[in-house]
Write a protein that binds this ligand. Structure first.
Ligand code: DGT
Ligand code: CA
Ligand code: CA
Ligand code: ZN
Length: 591
């Protein structure tokens, strides 16, 4: 079992104990253990084999939990969990998937209203029965109804882009080893860099479709064959993901790649543009339309004009090649027509990363490990932004601990610069929390000494729109706040954004010269593409930050880049593409 699986098991135990009304200390012990294990760097299986180290040395792991970890490692199961699962009604697992419904609330709903399914809960909300239960009320009832819709939406069962990317990368590598495959590309929403991916679409050029389809069947990850024709097949891959494969000839490869990259809306517009020019466009190529025997009414397909490459396909309808991230059927064809397609920002443009955590709070790795990892990734500056004191769950920093960390950073920068120009500059930062009652969790005299201040809203996310908006605008107006972190708080597939007046937020950010973040974490991608595009239009400068909680976490920058590209952002729209010197010039405009 992996650390993540063991952590999930302990969290599950905690949920069930909490549901049963167990002693709070017992519940907390399992939650703490889950947190410790979930954020460990070393594999717990490896650690256990090391005679010099004991599981009981881990924070929050006593003899009893250590024994349970060993049982899990040996057998993959926990008898306690099996017992607990038999003692509670199965419906509670379904109900706990609704955002905001924890074990305690679920218990009350089951006991008081006899709720036995998600549908039953939805009916109880609609009938107004939930609001009459003690501790619930009309607002909570409305929120539950909204969140049920969220949990039921099949969109929220799709894989995150980076999860799909792991599968896509492995699959592309495997298919490229097929001796009969000449070109292999993945298309669809994965290629467009969407936040989530429904299925993977693979386009392969070959003269021997059967051999290519057989090769896919031998992929170690391949599951059931869903259908198989002469040139296309669909199979089940890992995480239940469907893989659609099309095999085409060289003359059609570009046309097929274009067609299956989509989006559907983009293709519809391209097709209508082709028709206007007396052409037809499909997955085989671009052809001239010719009048049929009876005259103009029935058009038939004539001479082939294009199909080998995507660029050729676009050229045939009078357009430059359009980057896949822009192919969503908004204004990209008009922009292409006018020669005004943006030159999209790229990963290689990024020089700094301005949001990350260390093990001083809820990160896994030390300050110097994070710095070394950033150097390895070619960054020339980073900001260390651990949590402020409000985030007690993450042992947030108070003034004293923060100033101590900043002293360490000063020393580190000095030693980096000891033998000439430093490979990287480390900015003294902090991620302050916007308090529920307004204000920030660290005083201005501390923030005044920071190089970079991220302000985020983690608590009181259910407050009404005007409260949330006022809290964020107050932070934007604070002269020491550099950037608003993950401005809408949404977690893809898990939690909707909080209710915030985004227009007001953009206006305030533009007016004060406060940056807004595109948080690159694949669960967040916040701001999203639409909001980031609106921010650009409003004259707001954006930064793309990883919010890394480990050295590995620095690698999600590319997810943020994809989101920025889908927003049409260019290098100059993203402040952390600048040199530190130039970034500081932009920062100086605040206030
Ligand atoms: P997904 O898989 O739900 O994340 O989204 P896509 O965009 O990958 O959609 P998918 O897999 O159904 O189809 C891949 C592409 O194939 C799609 O983006 C455009 C093209 N396509 C599929 N069906 C149609 C269609 O009925 N009409 C047109 N014009 N294009 C289609
Ligand atoms: Ca797809
Ligand atoms: Ca598909
Ligand atoms: Zn953070």
């Amino acid at each position: 079992m992996t650390n993540a699986e063991i952590a999930a098991t302990f969290d599950h135990v905690a949920d069930l104990l909490e549901y049963q009304g167990s002693n709070v200390f017992r519940v907390r012990a399992y939650r703490n253990a889950a947190r410790t294990i979930g954020s460990m760097v070393d594999s717990i299986a490896t650690l256990r084999r090391d005679p010099a180290r004991a599981l009981t040395n881990l924070e929050g792991i006593g003899a009893d939990l250590a024994a349970k970890i060993e049982t899990l490692l040996d057998t993959g199961r926990l008898p306690l969990l099996t017992d607990l699962e038999q003692e509670v009604p199965a419906v509670i697992f379904e109900l706990m998937r609704v955002p905001g419904l924890g074990p305690k609330k679920v218990r009350v709903l089951v006991d008081e209203l006899g709720i036995d399914s998600l549908d039953a809960l939805e009916r109880a909300c609609r009938d107004g029965r939930v609001q009459d239960v003690k501790g619930f009320g009309a607002k909570t009832q409305a929120a539950i109804l909204e969140n049920i819709a969220f949990a039921k939406n099949p969109e929220h069962a799709r894989l995150l882009w980076n999860e799909a990317d792991v599968i896509a990368t492995d699959l592309i590598g495997w298919m490229r080893q097929c001796p009969s495959a000449r070109q292999v590309e993945a298309a669809g929403s994965w290629r467009r860099g969407r936040e989530t991916v429904g299925d993977l679409d693979l386009v392969v050029e070959s003269d021997d479709p059967a051999a290519v389809m057989d090769h896919l069947g031998q992929w170690p990850e391949s599951g059931a064959v869903l259908q198989r024709g002469d040139t296309k097949t669909s199979i089940r891959g890992p995480s239940d993901m469907q893989i659609d494969l099309r095999v085409v000839e060289a003359t059609s490869f570009g046309a097929a790649l274009q067609y299956f990259t989509g989006s559907k809306e983009h293709n519809v517009r391209l097709r209508s543009r082709a028709r206007d020019r007396g052409l037809t466009i499909n997955e085989y190529g671009v052809h001239q339309l010719e009048a049929g025997a009876s005259g103009g009414a029935s058009l038939i397909k004539g001479r082939r004009l294009a199909g080998r490459t995507e660029a050729e396909v676009y050229e045939a309808v009078g357009l430059p090649w359009i980057p896949p991230e822009l192919r969503e059927g908004s204004d990209e064809i008009d922009l292409a027509e006018r020669g005004e397609l943006p030159v999209l920002v790229e990963l290689a443009d990024i020089r700094g990363d301005l949001h990350m955590h260390t093990n001083a709070t809820d990160g896994e790795d030390t300050l110097s490990e994070m710095v070394r990892a950033a150097v390895t990734r070619g960054l020339s500056y980073i900001a260390i932004t651990d949590h402020g004191q409000r985030v007690t769950m993450a042992r947030g920093l108070d003034r004293k601990r923060l100033l101590k960390q900043w002293d360490e950073i000063d020393l580190l920068n000095e030693s980096l610069a000891a033998d000439g120009p430093p490979p990287i500059v480390v900015l003294k930062g902090i991620e302050v929390d916007m308090l529920e009652k307004g204000g920030l969790d660290l005083p201005d005299d501390v923030l005044a000494r920071a190089d970079w201040v991220v302000a985020s809203l983690h608590y009181g996310q259910n407050q009404p729109r005007d409260r949330i908006t006022a809290r964020i605008i107050e932070a934007i107006e604070n002269p020491f706040v550099s950037v608003i972190g993950h401005p809408t708080g949404r977690l893809i597939n898990r939690r909707p954004p909080y209710d915030v007046d985004i227009e007001a937020l953009l206006a305030a950010a533009a007016r004060t010269g406060t940056f807004l973040e595109i948080n690159a974490n694949p669960w967040r991608l916040d701001l999203d593409d639409k909001h980031a595009a609106a921010a650009k239009k409003a004259g707001v400068k954006l930064v793309i930050s990883t919010d890394a909680h480990s050295t590995r976490g620095l690698d999600v920058m590319r997810c943020g880049i994809l989101q920025a590209r889908r927003a049409g952002l260019e290098k100059d729209d993203v402040a952390n593409t600048r040199t530190l010197e130039n970034l500081k010039k932009v920062m100086a405009k605040k206030g």
